[in-house]
Structures are given as structure tokens and as C-alpha cells.
Design a binder for this molecule. Structure first.
Ligand SMILES: NC(=O)c1ccc[n+]([C@@H]2O[C@H](COP(=O)([O-])OP(=O)(O)OC[C@H]3O[C@@H](n4cnc5c(N)ncnc54)[C@H](OP(=O)(O)O)[C@@H]3O)[C@@H](O)[C@H]2O)c1
Length: 261
């Protein structure tokens, strides 16, 4: 087993959901955390909570992964300051809308592609050279079952997560011969702020997604992330797919029927 104690883990999208749960699990395992996202107050609260609970260092930085200059500048100064990173958790991501392509919203499309694909690339491009120079590191990309199966209205989100899957495979090939491992963790429906964001703040629409079955919790995905990170150094979990027991495909749910009186 690989110990996480004393390692430095960058978590993108640490202000909510899977990223926040992963930061908590990693800190509990003794890892120092560099948490980034756009919402400063959330990051500050996470920093307070983790440093009160665990004997680890938690640094936070407000960062929009879509902003290439900001990403480049921040990581250049982080590494110039003598810091390093052992773990990169590329988690920041979102779905926006569920309209058919012919009615799709251009802004939603840009936001998904800029965050899920280009943002992941900007961060990886900034961090990987330092892992390569140390011949050490582990990248975990959070994809989705949406990167395995397309579903109606998923179009651009699906495309972005198929891209994440391709990038995970590509990174593994490009890093052949190094000790750097790349693992894609692909969850199914997980109850976070994901659907609230997707439906532009419509709480009722978001709640309906998780009604009638027990979805994954962010902690379940965080456990899977810790599993791949803690695998022995000669083991590279290239792809881990996890779903709720009541989900068996992108649109296949065993949902309880609503009670009728
Ligand atoms: N929930 C699911 O059912 C599910 C299933 C499969 C895969 N996923 C994937 O899991 C990942 C995490 O999602 P989640 O479910 O935990 O949703 P969430 O609760 O909405 O969390 C998303 C995180 O991404 C961050 N983020 C979004 N845009 C960003 C940007 N431009 N720059 C920096 N950070 C950004 C958000 O922080 P700020 O808003 O503070 O920036 C937030 O911390 C995503 O990649 C998502 O596609 C989710």
C-alpha cells in the first residue's frame, strides 16, 4: 500500500461535493492539501475544518481553471517557492443544461468544454513537468460514466467526459517509462451540487434526479480515489467505474415509484 502521509495533494474543485470529500479523506490519511476553486469562503471554511481536525498543512487558492494565465501564473509561483505536488486530483467540472443539441445554449457548451476539458489540461500541463522532473506523482482525473455512455440531452457533457477518458489514456501513454501513474475515476449519479448547477439553480429539478433511489455519496467517490492512490507503486488503476447499486447504466435506475394515496 502507498502511504499518503506527508504527501502534497492538489484538489481542484475542493469547495463542494466530490472534491471537498476527497480533500477530507486525503487529509484524514495524513496528506497536505492544496485546495483550489472559485469560492473563497468555502475554501477558507474547508481550511479551518481540516487544520482543526488533522495534523496537516492546508493551503487554499482561488482559481478558475478556465483562466489559463491565472493557472500558469499560480503554479509557476507555487513551484518557484520550493513546493512540490505528489498528487493531482483533476476534479473541477460541471454539467450545464440538458437541452438537445439543436436547442443547446452556447454559453453552457463553452463553460463545460472550458472547465472539463481545457481547465483539466491547463492544470495538468502546469503540474506534470514538475512530476516528471521528480519522476514521481499520481494524477487522478474525475471523469464520469457519461464518458462511457451517451444519454439524451447529455451531448456536450458526454463529449467533455469522453475527452477526459481519452486524456487519461493519453497521459498514461505519454508518461510510459516514468513512475507517474494516471487513474481515471468515473462515478455514476452522486448527490452533490452537480444537478443544482446543471439546472441553473432549480432545486426541484435537482432533487428529482436523486429521488427514489440511494445515489452515491461524495464520500463513496472519495473512498475510491483513496483506493487508487493507495495502491502499491507497481499497480496503476487506469480506470475505476463506480455506480450506485440502484444504477446500472447512464439512464438505467431502479427507482421506487412515488406513493399514491
Ligand atoms: N455528481 C455526479 O453525479 C457526478 C457524476 C460523475 C462525475 N461527476 C464529476 O465530478 C466532479 C465534481 O463534481 P461534483 O459532483 O462534486 O459537483 P459540485 O458539488 O458542483 O462540485 C463541483 C466543483 O467544481 C468546482 N468548479 C467548477 N467550475 C470550476 C472552475 N471553472 N474553476 C475551478 N473550480 C471549478 C466547483 O467550485 P467553485 O464553484 O467554487 O469554483 C466545485 O468545487 C465533476 O468533474 C463532475 O463532472 C459528478
Amino acid at each position: 500500500m502507498t502511504s499518503l502521509k506527508g504527501k502534497w495533494a492538489l484538489v481542484t474543485g475542493a469547495s463542494s461535493g466530490i472534491g471537498m470529500a476527497a480533500a477530507q479523506r486525503l487529509a484524514a490519511a495524513g496528506a497536505n492539501i492544496l485546495a483550489v476553486a472559485r469560492r473563497q469562503e468555502r475554501l477558507e471554511e474547508l481550511q479551518r475544518q481540516l487544520t482543526a481536525q488533522y495534523d496537516v498543512t492546508v493551503d487554499i487558492h482561488v482559481l478558475d481553471v478556465r483562466d489559463r494565465t491565472a493557472v500558469e501564473t499560480f503554479f509557476a509561483s507555487w513551484f518557484a517557492g520550493g513546493h512540490h505536488l505528489d498528487i493531482l486530483l483533476n476534479n473541477a467540472g460541471l454539467a450545464m443544461g440538458k437541452a438537445p443539441v439543436q436547442e443547446g445554449d452556447w454559453q453552457d457548451w463553452d463553460e463545460m468544454i472550458d472547465t472539463n476539458v481545457k481547465g483539466l489540461l491547463y492544470v495538468s500541463r502546469s503540474v506534470l513537468p514538475h512530476m516528471v522532473s521528480r519522476n514521481s506523482g499520481h494524477v487522478v482525473n474525475i471523469g464520469s460514466i457519461a464518458g462511457h455512455w451517451v444519454y439524451p440531452g447529455g451531448n456536450v457533457y458526454n463529449a467533455s467526459k469522453f475527452a477526459v477518458r481519452a486524456l487519461g489514456e493519453g497521459m498514461n501513454m505519454d508518461l510510459l517509462g516514468t513512475n507517474i501513474r494516471v487513474s481515471n475515476v468515473d462515478p455514476g449519479a452522486c448527490e452533490t451540487e452537480f444537478s443544482l448547477v446543471r439546472f441553473h439553480g432549480d432545486q426541484e429539478a435537482a432533487d428529482a434526479v436523486y429521488k427514489g433511489f440511494e445515489p452515491l455519496r461524495p464520500e463513496d467517490v472519495a473512498d475510491a480515489i483513496c483506493y487508487v492512490l493507495q495502491a502499491p507503486p507497481h499497480v496503476n488503476v487506469a480506470n475505476l467505474v463506480l455506480m450506485a447499486t440502484a444504477q446500472r447504466g447512464a439512464t438505467l435506475f431502479a427507482k421506487e415509484k412515488p406513493q399514491t394515496s
